[in-house]
Design a binder for this molecule. Structure first.
Ligand SMILES: C[S@@+](CC[C@H](N)C(=O)[O-])C[C@H]1O[C@@H](n2cnc3c(N)ncnc32)[C@H](O)[C@@H]1O
Length: 332
């Protein structure tokens, strides 16, 4: 059988192409899958399809990872999606009402003037007919994030079970604190939920001997992030060419921590090519896969830029209360 060459980005479905990766060849696999939040590349995908995609891809990792190697999955731990089977999350946001008329006031007025129509009741209360209608029909009762019947679900346990069934075992997890996504958080204005500002990095291990090399990082790097559970890394500022890029510093840290130079790093949801760029900058080999032709093109171009030294990592000033290094990357 012909296996995929290294240092290439491939166009195709990971569920198929992973079968063509040479068995026991990958030292480290790093990816961020579709999050099932309605991005362009995941439209048409139902929750069960999404679960099945993750399950298949995780289980294909057992054969291709080297014994002692790692599978690292970056994902937002909380999912919100439409689920007809659960009750609506209901909320009446009284503080956002422009007109302070309540349903009770309307019902009381109507009981006092039983023959009146909606317009007359509105006149008495000094509000519009629409307000009367809304209060009575409960139009101000909203559902969860974008639609009613929003299911809120944790993902970590699902991944852990899928990996466990594939004989890959949870080794560690880190929290990536990113920029608070205010613009995505319509939801906090109509609920008590926190905005989206961190994600998880789950690390799974394939049984075998893992090289532990404390020389991989400097003393400062161990202190600042290598040994730390929480990583502060700003989100990508310009998601202009791909909707969901992770910052270069994320795969870079994972690569530095969990692999050696010349190792093979894989990303089977490569998107704009960030993991491949990190691998190139850290002198590792890579294999990238994505199902969208435009992303594959983007990733190939990013690899080319990285090889000719066009992508550089910049240090940014840490926020006041964090004694941690922040990095960003830019194409020069
Ligand atoms: C969250 S994005 C990854 C972004 C990437 N980490 C980056 O920094 O650009 C997920 C990617 O998975 C790709 N994808 C979704 N389903 C796929 C499949 N079955 N096989 C291969 N790629 C897939 C999408 O096209 C998308 O680019």
């Amino acid at each position: 059988m012909e296996y995929l060459d290294i240092d290439q980005v491939y166009l195709g479905d990971s569920r198929e192409l992973l079968k063509k990766v040479k068995p026991n060849s990958v030292d480290l696999s790093i990816w961020s899958p579709p999050y099932h939040v309605g991005k362009k590349y995941e439209q048409e995908m139902q929750y069960d399809d999404w679960l099945s995609l993750l399950d298949t891809v995780i289980s294909l990792h057992f054969d291709i990872l080297k014994p002692g190697g790692f599978l690292v999955i970056n994902i937002a731990d909380i999912l919100c999606f439409k689920d007809e089977k659960i009750p609506r999350i209901m909320a009446e946001n009284v503080s956002r009402r422009k007109v302070p008329i309540t349903k009770e006031q309307i019902l009381k007025t109507w009981s006092e003037y039983p023959g009146y129509n909606r317009r007359q009741i509105a006149e008495i209360l000094g509000c519009s007919e629409q307000t009367v209608d809304r209060r009575l029909k409960g139009n101000n009762i909203r559902g969860g994030k974008y639609t009613p019947q929003t299911r809120v679900k944790l993902v970590g346990g699902l991944l852990e079970d899928m990996a466990y069934n594939a004989s890959l075992y949870l080794y560690d997890r880190r929290i990536w604190v990113k920029d608070p996504a205010w613009e995505n958080s319509r939801w906090h204005t109509i609920s008590y939920r926190a905005i989206d500002e961190f994600e998880y990095v789950y690390i799974f291990w394939k049984p075998g001997i893992t090289t532990v090399n404390r020389e991989r990082l400097s003393k400062d790097e161990w202190t600042n992030w290598g040994s730390r559970g929480v990583w502060f890394i700003p989100s990508v500022r310009a998601n202009d060419n791909h909707e969901a890029k992770f910052p270069l510093e994320l795969p870079r840290r994972i690569i530095q921590l969990l692999s050696e130079p010349n190792d093979l790093v894989m990303d089977c949801f490569i998107g704009s090519g960030t993991t491949a760029v990190a691998a190139i900058l850290e002198n590792r080999h890579f294999i990238g896969i994505d199902k969208e032709p435009s992303y594959v093109e983007l990733a190939r171009k990013a690899c080319k830029d990285a090889r000719i030294g066009k992508i550089k990592v910049e240090r940014r000033l840490p926020p006041e209360n964090q004694n941690l290094s922040l990095f960003d990357s830019k194409v020069i």
